[in-house]
Design a protein around this ligand. Sequence first.
Ligand SMILES: [Zn+2]
Length: 294
Amino acid sequence: MATCLICGSGQLEVFYQGTIRMGSFGKWSETDHTITQCRDCGARHLPPLMGNLDDYYRDGTYRQDLDQGNTLRKYFELTDDDQPHRLQLLGPHTARGKVLADIGAGAGPFLDLVKGMAATTIAVEPNEAYHASLQERGHVCYGSTAAMLREWAGKVDVAVSFSVIEHVERPREFLEEIRAALKPDGRLLTSTPNADDLLLEICPSYPRFFYRKVHLWYFTPAALSRLANLAGFAACRMIHQHRFDLANAMLWLRDGKPSGVGKITTSPALDDAWRNFLQQSGRGDYLYAELKLS
Ligand SMILES: [Zn+2]
């Protein structure tokens, strides 16, 4: 009988069965897939559809499955604009003079932003296509957290890991390794899509878009908090975000596909109310969590 890879429970139930997204919108799986949910810790899981997971990330195959290519230029084009918000959540002064590690750094857009303030910036990134450039830009670079730990165990002040935990095979061990890198007063800012996203409940065509080949794990705020606790973090503060406007939700319901933002003119006050409602009720599309050891 299958057991939960996070908490060891045997109480796994089928949460979703159907087609899933294999790449960008419209690339649906040819067969149905099953997402299970653990009754004990609440995490949802899609068993890996790719072969060797280490190879999948090391050689950049996953970038093709995201339809995002494997070049530095494309990576920065897609991710640079997300980084100032992340630094704001961390608190810019937090990085000053500190050892900061980005786990799953990608091509390093966040590290580039904090490089001028941090004493040391460490990139942990399995995708070897980015390593030479990361090093040229002055970041210490490792292909895995295990390799980083050989030199930095207990020496990292701040770790960040954005949109990574949903990709790894064993999220609990992933967080335990990050925990081992941190100083006793260190902290981790991590993020992942929110499995309590309201659109999953109200829009029938959204689940096959939300559940996707490259994401093995789906966390509600409660499941992420429980995972942090199991991995040995004493505190987990959730920060909710909703990245889309009301028009996006209306168009999902009408057309069954993503529209981006600004496609129907509504009032800014209505959009603010929509975002505030989702963020305050924990039903936005994205989660940040700040984890501390004490
Ligand atoms: Zn579990």
